[in-house]
Design a protein around this ligand. Structure first.
Ligand code: ADP
Length: 600
């Protein structure tokens, strides 16, 4: 409803903008007619027949030969000019208002749709490509809306209107005056399309030249070490001269085209004036009409050139619309509520799905394969975890440990089997609820360009500073933070300091501990911390309240040995299951890893 109301408002604003622009065109197109009256009646003293405009002006002041009429008519022309450009100014503002509103909501919609892509769809996309869809594709739509909707309609109207006014004066002379208009329109459209292609080629050459320079700069150590300066210099110079050639070609075509079109335009204007003078000499036209016609030709030809540019942009518009529609129609996660990074929903009790805490987590015969990968990644995985339990998952790289968590987060769905919390299949639990009850510390955590404090607080925005501090201490991060001049207010990421791999992991652990979710997963998240810190964090993990489920994934045995249950994963199969004591006492992979890691 709200949306409909807004769309209606925007349409009204567009209609107002177009009306004002049409008014401008009518006012401007009237001035040559007044000039015509001024020359013929006030200067030459001729009688003008069948002019509604003259009848109208005569109501204000009697038009006759003499200075008085010339002054009055000049003032009327001046007033028309002022009104026309005032209307044009307001029309432009309204146009911008409507266009920017549409563009903003489209841009926001595209961005929010990207946020809601299913993970499976998301990983297939390229970041640069998605950014382009949010920026330059939308920009093309913005520009076309801005120019086409209002100006396009205005120009078409003005061309038709002027042509009708001219025909009203003299059919034969109107046709002669506008004979080059279709030629100019067609050749301009052709030219703009050709230039677009040429420019695209030039952009490609420029992009290639830039990438040569970039590669050269980022690989500077190799370049120097292998004395490749001359080779790099030559490579850049070749790319640079290719680019120069393309730009020169574009310039050459551009200059030649406009020289020819300008010549045709001015020839048409001269022809109208000269041939019109001849007709005036024969008495077929009045001098005033000739002057009016030469103005109309100008009013006709220049908008035609603009119209050609607008039409030629339509092809680019269709590509942009297609790319935007792809985003809008892409498979999306069903997030009915919000998707504020897994923050707990407000009304827990009211939501039938909402309280998962305390309920058992059951993987029952779960098998899984990625759509783009024929090989099955998980085979018939089953285990149960109840509140207060810590589950360890150990296995080599590629054994399917992370995929297990993707399934738990419902980023992908199992091909067979089920994952249930409290007896409810997770595909039936709404996503914000599911994700609010889980906290995953990924192996390579993502930090926002925000302060350390804000980064820790992401999972629980209402946490107090004391809570943040406590979580940070438990994650063995506090000491490091204290070494920064601004402590927890230190900015990290692109505009701030760069944290080490281990510090990032500990920050992510603090974030997860603070979130205090029901199921906490550590996905090989201690891989970049040293042994002492590892022990400290393990200690912290063991202090996690006993009403939680903790899943620790690791290839390091020390991280999982305190677990109540350890799953040994190999090529997607659970090949062993038990606690540390049990597993080291039976022959098998776990015992082998234990002996290997002990030997180190
Ligand atoms: P681990 O966490 O134990 O290293 P993963 O769960 O990351 O193992 O990977 C298990 C298997 O799934 C690997 O063979 C990996 O190549 C494959 N895999 C992981 N992610 C994807 C993906 N997005 N698309 C296709 N195959 C994947």
């Amino acid at each position: 409803m709200q949306q409909k109301k807004r769309s209606f408002k925007i349409i009204l604003v567009y209609i107002a903008s177009i009306t004002l622009l049409l008014l401008k065109q009518v006012l401007l197109a009237t001035t040559p007619l007044i000039l015509n009256i001024m020359i013929d009646a006030s200067v030459l003293g001729k009688e003008i027949k069948n002019s509604y405009l003259l009848t109208l002006i005569n109501m204000v002041t009697k038009v006759e030969k003499g200075m008085h009429s010339i002054i009055v008519l000049s003032i009327i022309i001046l007033i028309l000019f002022i009104l026309a450009y005032l209307a044009s100014y307001i029309s432009d503002i309204l146009n911008a208002l409507a266009t920017e509103n549409i563009t903003k909501s489209l841009r926001d919609k595209v961005h929010s749709n990207i946020q809601r892509f299913t993970y499976e769809h998301y990983v297939k996309q390229q970041t640069g490509d998605l950014i382009q869809r949010c920026t330059s594709n939308i920009e093309t739509i913005r520009r076309t809306l801005n120019h086409f909707v209002v100006h396009g309609i205005g120009i078409i109207f003005s061309i038709v209107y002027i042509f009708v006014v001219m025909m009203n004066q003299s059919v034969k002379f109107s046709l002669l005056s506008s004979v080059t208009v279709p030629i100019i329109l067609a050749s301009c459209i052709f030219f703009f399309i050709y230039m677009k292609k040429l420019n695209e080629k030039a952009y490609k050459k420029e992009a290639f030249m830039t990438s040569v320079a970039q590669e050269n700069l980022s690989g500077v150590r190799v370049v120097k070490a292998f004395a490749m300066q001359n080779y790099e210099k030559q490579k850049f110079e070749n790319a640079s001269s290719e680019y120069k050639k393309m730009i020169l070609k574009a310039n050459f075509v551009d200059s030649l085209f406009w020289a020819v079109i300008d010549a045709v335009t001015f020839a048409q204007i001269m022809f109208v004036t000269i041939y019109g003078s001849y007709l005036a000499y024969l008495g077929e036209l009045t001098v005033g009409q000739v002057v009016a016609f030469s103005q109309y030709v100008v009013m006709l030809i220049f908008p035609v050139r603009h119209l050609a540019r607008i039409i030629s942009n339509v092809s680019r518009l269709s590509v942009s619309i297609k790319r935007i529609r792809e985003v809008l129609n892409a498979p999306k996660e069903d997030l009915e509520k919000d998707f504020s990074m897994g923050t707990l929903p407000q009304n827990n009790a009211e939501n039938c799905n909402s309280n998962l805490a305390g309920k058992p987590l059951v993987f029952d015969g779960v098998s899984f394969a990625y759509a783009n990968n024929e090989q099955q990644v998980l085979h018939n995985v089953s285990f149960k975890a109840v509140a207060g339990q810590m589950i360890g998952v150990i296995g080599k790289t590629g054994s399917g440990k992370t995929s297990l968590i993707y399934l738990l987060e419902n980023l992908y769905s199992p091909s067979n089997g089920s994952i249930k919390i409290g007896g409810v299949d997770i595909s039936e639990i709404d996503l914000p609820t599911l994700r609010a009850h889980t906290a995953v510390v990924w192996q390579e955590p993502f930090l926002y360009s925000k302060t350390i404090k804000e980064n820790i607080r992401i999972g629980r925005p209402d946490a107090t500073d004391e809570d943040v501090l406590e979580a940070s201490k438990r994650a063995a991060l506090h000491k490091d933070v204290m070494e920064f001049e601004k402590g927890y207010d230190t900015l990290v990421g692109e505009n701030g300091i760069t944290l080490s791999g281990g510090q990032k992991q500990r920050l992510a652990i603090a974030r997860a501990l603070l979130k205090d979710a029901y199921i906490i997963v550590f996905d090989d998240s201690l891989s970049s911390v040293d042994t002492a810190t590892d022990a400290q964090i393990r200690e912290a993990i063991s202090t996690i309240k006993d009403d939680k489920i903790v899943i620790v994934i690791s290839h390091r045995l020390s991280s999982v040995k305190n677990a109540d249950k350890i799953l040994v994963l190999e090529k997607g199969h659970v090949i062993q299951e038990g606690n540390h004591e049990e597993l080291i006492n039976i022959a098998g992979t776990y015992k082998t890893i234990y002996e290997e890691q002990n030997a180190i």
